[in-house]
Design a protein around this ligand. Structure first.
Ligand SMILES: Nc1ncnc2c1ncn2[C@@H]1O[C@H](COP(=O)(O)OP(=O)(O)OP(=O)(O)O)[C@@H](O)[C@H]1O
Ligand code: SF4
Ligand SMILES: [Mg+2]
Length: 368
């Protein structure tokens, strides 16, 4: 997006949410202290740590953070699609469907979970356009997915699929009988989104739906997601590096750093009044999305930590201009700082976007 378009999108979002009451809808997903580890030749590596958040029905939550911060791993864990050499080693995830039935995601039997996945909670994967089975026609991918959930009425599946194709702005008849390789990347991404909605899930996790697409196609996919939400009213977790897309699409934002959710709250709080230094660092590193005048960009000093040897205390302390001794020794819990805004930082009330503070830290880290 251009800076101007980005700003306009953010302004629209701010106006949409300004003064509106927080959602009081029931919680659809409650994640508490979730940790996920991968087995490596050097031991278990913790990719998601003590992450907690509640998502209310109908909300769109953006999960943001640098590459490797654990966003996809959290999504995979929720859908129990982690690779074999990975485990959820702590925490719980409780899901309450639109009928009020609660599911304990990490304790359900495999059989129960097979019925649950895609019908209650679905996910489109990062680079989803490459994961459609290349030797199956699109129609068969949809028939097989429906059949796996006991839906054998091919006529009804066809009708539903064609309707979804219209909703994602695909030419239904052309795409239904095609093989994935006959479609462009953007068309395959739309097919993946339609597939994830085939069984009317209550919650959809979209993992970087626009990565690897050109800018025009990215815009079209975002417009499709917005229009789908208006028409189908599902809850959404939107995983993205792109803060402007998060601002445009989400009601709430969760910032992840080194596997932890370190800030979580309404878009307007997290982007206009960020209280975690890492969120501030992310905002300072991209063109303004909050409508203010352009200021020079400042990169977050240093690099993301090696997850096999996370810094003591607060994992962000080696890169943080506000760090003090307590930060080196004690990892702060995620705590409410007002309304439904949560931050994990000892000094959240002193945090500022002041460029000089950040430039000074950049110089300190560079000097070693
Ligand atoms: N299958 C795997 N085996 C071992 N380590 C993995 C595996 N998948 C991911 N990881 C590691 O887990 C950490 C978190 O990765 P993850 O893919 O969840 O991050 P991400 O925030 O989604 O990043 P990106 O923005 O690049 O998609 C990274 O250090 C990554 O190298
Ligand atoms: S706890 Fe300390 S090191 Fe961590 S983000 Fe806050 S000020 Fe920085
Ligand atoms: Mg990812």
């Amino acid at each position: 997006m251009t800076d101007q378009a980005t700003r306009a999108a953010f302004e629209a979002e701010r106006n949409r949410t300004r003064g509106t009451a927080e959602s009081t809808a029931p919680v659809i997903l409650s994640i508490k202290d979730v940790s996920v580890q991968y087995k490596t030749p050097f031991g278990w590596m913790t990719a998601v740590r003590k992450s907690s958040m509640d998502i209310r029905r109908g909300e769109a939550v953006a999960l943001i953070g640098e590459s490797g911060s654990g966003k996809s791993t959290l999504g995979f864990a929720l859908l129990r699609m982690l690779p074999r050499a990975a485990r959820v080693n702590n925490g719980s995830a409780m899901f309450t469907d639109n009928e009020g039935k609660t599911y304990d995601l990490f304790s359900m039997s495999d059989k129960e979970f097979r019925d649950f996945r895609w019908s209650k909670c679905a996910m489109t994967f990062q680079a989803a356009q490459n994961v459609l089975n290349p030797v199956m026609r699109v129609s068969n991918i949809f028939y097989e997915t429906a059949k796996a959930h006991g839906w054998n009425d091919r006529k009804a599946v066809r009708e539903k699929t064609l309707d979804l194709f219209k909703k994602v702005q695909l030419d239904p008849r052309r795409v239904f009988d095609a093989y994935p390789h006959e479609l462009s990347g953007g068309m395959r991404q739309r097919v993946s989104i339609a597939l994830s909605l085939l069984l009317d899930p209550d919650l959809l996790i979209l993992d970087e739906p626009t990565t690897a697409l050109d800018i025009i196609t990215q815009r079209a996919i975002i417009d499709v997601v917005k229009s789908l939400r208006e028409q189908l009213d599902f809850t959404m977790i939107f995983i993205s590096h792109d803060l402007s897309l998060a601002a445009e699409l989400a009601d709430r934002v969760a910032t992840m750093y080194a596997g932890e959710i370190v800030e979580y709250g309404p878009v307007r709080d997290v982007f206009y009044e960020p209280e975690h230094p890492y969120t501030v660092g992310l905002l300072n590193a991209v063109p303004p999305i909050t409508g203010e005048e352009f200021t020079p960009l400042v990169a977050i000093p240093g690099a993301t930590p090696n997850l096999l040897s996370i810094p003591s205390g607060c994992p962000f302390h080696p890169r943080c201009p506000f760090a003090t001794e307590i930060c080196v020794n004690v990892n702060p819990p995620l705590e409410e700082v007002g309304g439904t805004h949560y931050v994990a930082c000892h000094h959240h009330d002193q945090v500022t976007r002041d460029q000089e503070v950040w430039e000074g830290m950049e110089a300190t880290v560079a000097a070693g």
